[in-house]
Design a binder for this molecule. Structure first.
Ligand code: COA
Length: 226
């Protein structure tokens, strides 16, 4: 078999097949109804797992093995709680991509562009780069396109759990190779949400410790508060 060749196995979607078989490594898995497809590729015979390759995140198959995570949400607007989760995630993964969902059913206060820009502005003038993108459609599809195997979600209180469990299990059902990882929000932020902050800001409440300065400014502009 040529080193770039693929073996595709078709079977019942609910069975488990191994991640590797000899020189073959599972590179993708798809489910269409009750039918599953497993794609295996043979490892290249050349040994390129040298120090410089592994430092660049390239493994013996010439594949990028960076740990990429997606942090999805509506971010209407981004809060200190979101930033707390993002910073924790960045400690754990090589790349974290913030995926901003359009979420029209939530009727966001801020446009998609405004939400993206507010997130980018959190890192303006710092030496920490941030990847932020708009996402429409399924999060797991987006994760797959990005080569991400992980979705990061923050948990604040027990009340988040039921919804998050449902979301994570549905995402697993749609794409079993994408795992959801939950991170605990810092204690200071467990009571906040974007909605409660908007509510307080709309009535002139001080939210300066709960959102970055530029977000507070944008809230004031939106609500016409001096
Ligand atoms: N600190 C503070 N607040 C937090 C928080 C934290 N660490 N984590 C979550 N929140 C708040 C948010 O501010 C938000 O508050 P709000 O409801 O008052 O606006 C709330 O918790 C939950 O929001 P968020 O994390 O933005 O999630 P969401 O439920 O709005 O969006 C998506 C969830 C976008 C990830 C999900 O709908 C999705 O994946 N959509 C794409 C379609 C798809 O793939 N669906 C899944 C399969 S069915």
């Amino acid at each position: 078999m040529a080193s770039s060749g693929l073996i595709i196995v078709e079977d019942d979607a609910d069975i488990e097949l191994p991640r590797s078989m000899g020189l073959l490594t599972l590179i993708d898995q798809r489910r269409y109804g009750d039918t599953g497809f497993w794609l295996y590729r043979a490892a290249k015979q050349t040994n390129n797992s040298c120090k410089c390759c592994s430092e660049r995140g390239v493994d013996a198959m010439g594949e990028l093995n960076e740990r990429i995570a997606i942090y999805p949400g509506t971010f209407d607007p981004i809060t200190m709680g979101h930033l707390d989760i993002l910073n924790r995630a960045r400690e754990l993964f090589d790349r974290v991509i913030v995926a901003v969902a359009q979420h029209p059913s939530k009727k966001p206060l801020f446009s998609l562009d405004e939400r993206l820009q507010m997130i980018r502005d959190c890192f303006e003038g710092t030496d920490r780069e941030i990847e932020v993108e708009a996402v429409s459609g399924l999060i797991v599809e987006y994760a797959y396109q990005k080569g991400a195997k992980t979705i990061v979600r923050g948990l604040r209180a027990v009340s988040d759990f039921e919804y998050e469990l449902q979301l994570a299990l549905m995402n697993r059902r749609l794409e079993r190779h994408v795992e959801t990882v939950f991170l605990m929000t810092g204690f200071r932020w467990i009571f906040i949400s974007s909605s409660i902050i908007k509510d307080a800001a709309q009535h002139g409440g001080d939210v300066s410790t709960l959102v970055p300065d530029h977000v507070q400014q944008k809230l004031k502009e939106k609500y016409g508060i001096e």
